[in-house]
Design a protein around this ligand. Structure first.
Ligand SMILES: *[C@@H]1O[C@H](CO)[C@@H](O)[C@H](O)[C@H]1NC(C)=O
Ligand SMILES: *[C@@H]1O[C@H](CO)[C@@H](O)[C@H](O)[C@H]1NC(C)=O
Ligand SMILES: *[C@@H]1O[C@H](CO)[C@@H](O)[C@H](O)[C@H]1NC(C)=O
Length: 356
């Protein structure tokens, strides 16, 4: 056993020596040169020497500012590339185009403000893309053009206010889309139209006040829709009715609900739909009218329609009384007419009932 260990140590030593020239100072190349760890190495640019056998390259926590075109042409076996916590503002077109086996790319905590079509070039195998905490404002229809295999996209904490219609067009395999803490104000019809595998749609912490009727309709695998902390004051029943799944959980807490009879009705109808679960319904609170501010919708919802019910009741009663009265009058008239006819038949007086 001891001998074996010694042999192993010698072998490792030899291997690290013979490949030493491949390992950039500041990096730690291990695991048969499959792992190259260059985290916190104070790099301001990508290292020049990385073992070609590297499958995981960790460059997190450096100060790299630029990812030039074809940067990784020497390490084509790469499966995981970690670039989070750098100072990257520019990703040149085709930077990753030769990484055909790349499965996971982490670019979170950088300064990226736009993504062109060339960004995703060659990344057809990518499963997970982390872009949280960057400076994106608009998702272009071509930003993710080549990412047909992507399953998880994390865009949390950017400043996204516009999503062009076909931005997610290629992503029929996408399962999770995280758009938490951005600046979206409305959701337009075709936005999610190709995302038939999407299970989680996280829109928490935006400024969404409007959702177009069919916007969630294409999401036939949706299991969780998070709309917590937005600007919804009411909801459109059909927007949610159009979600055709086996079961979908919907979170709606932290919106400034305008509590009126219409809202109460919509929620009553939604809650009766078996496939939809409004998990935090009991936590929804009213922002308006002022008299109901901070009341929980659940506590007032039975009363919201009372005033309306009373009005309806009064109208109904009035109508019923009027109709009844009219019927009684009509009946009376008819009877009199009948007796009038009787007289006429006898030939004595004509039309007497008319004058009465
Ligand atoms: C990060 O990049 C910006 C320019 O994009 C530069 O002004 C700044 O000094 C850089 N910061 C560091 C820590 O390198
Ligand atoms: C998205 O990114 C944020 C910030 O890096 C992280 O905290 C969160 O766990 C990520 N979510 C997923 C599902 O990857
Ligand atoms: C409702 O709010 C309470 C207190 O903020 C929290 O603990 C609970 O998890 C919430 N329930 C749901 C279903 O979100």
């Amino acid at each position: 056993m001891k001998e074996f260990l010694l042999l192993f140590l010698l072998a490792t030593e030899a291997s690290s020596k013979s490949h030493g020239s491949w390992c950039e100072p500041g990096c730690d190349c291990r695991g048969d040169l499959k792992f190259t760890i260059c985290s916190r190495a104070l790099f301001t640019q990508l290292p020049g020497r990385v073992p070609p056998s590297t499958e995981l390259l960790d460059l997190s926590d450096n100060q790299i500012a630029l990812v030039p075109e074809r940067s990784f042409s020497m390490i084509r076996r790469l499966r995981v590339l970690l670039l989070q916590n750098n100072n990257i503002s520019v990703v040149e077109d085709g930077s990753f185009s030769q990484l055909e086996f790349l499965q996971r790319l982490d670019l979170s905590w950088n300064r990226i403000s736009s993504l062109s079509e060339g960004f995703s070039l060659g990344l057809g195998f990518l499963r997970e893309l982390q872009l949280a905490h960057n400076h994106l404002t608009t998702l272009d229809s071509k930003s993710f053009f080549h990412l047909d295999g992507l399953q998880r996209l994390n865009l949390t904490s950017n400043a996204i206010h516009t999503i062009q219609t076909r931005s997610f067009g290629a992503m029929s395999a996408l399962r999770q889309l995280h758009l938490e803490d951005n600046r979206l104000t409305s959701l337009r019809g075709g936005t999610f139209s190709m995302l038939r595998s999407l299970e989680v749609l996280n829109l928490k912490g935006n400024r969404i006040s409007q959702t177009e009727e069919g916007v969630f309709k294409p999401l036939t695998s949706l299991a969780l829709l998070n709309l917590v902390h937005n600007k919804l004051i009411t909801i459109n029943f059909k927007t949610f009715l159009s979600i055709h799944t086996y079961s979908t959980h919907i979170l709606l807490e932290g919106n400034p609900w305008h509590c009126d009879c219409d809202l109460q009705r919509v929620f009553r109808k939604l809650r009766s739909i078996q496939r939809l679960f409004l998990d935090d319904y009991y936590n929804l609170s009213c922002e308006a009218p002022p008299i109901l501010q901070n009341y929980r919708l659940m506590d007032v919802d039975t009363e919201l329609c009372i005033a309306e019910t009373v009005t309806v009741l009064i109208i109904t009663i009035t109508v019923v009384i009027t109709v009844l009265a009219a019927m009684v009058m009509g009946e009376r008239k008819r009877k009199k007419k009948k007796s009038g006819k009787h007289w006429t038949q006898q030939g004595d007086v004509s039309d007497e009932s008319e004058h009465n």
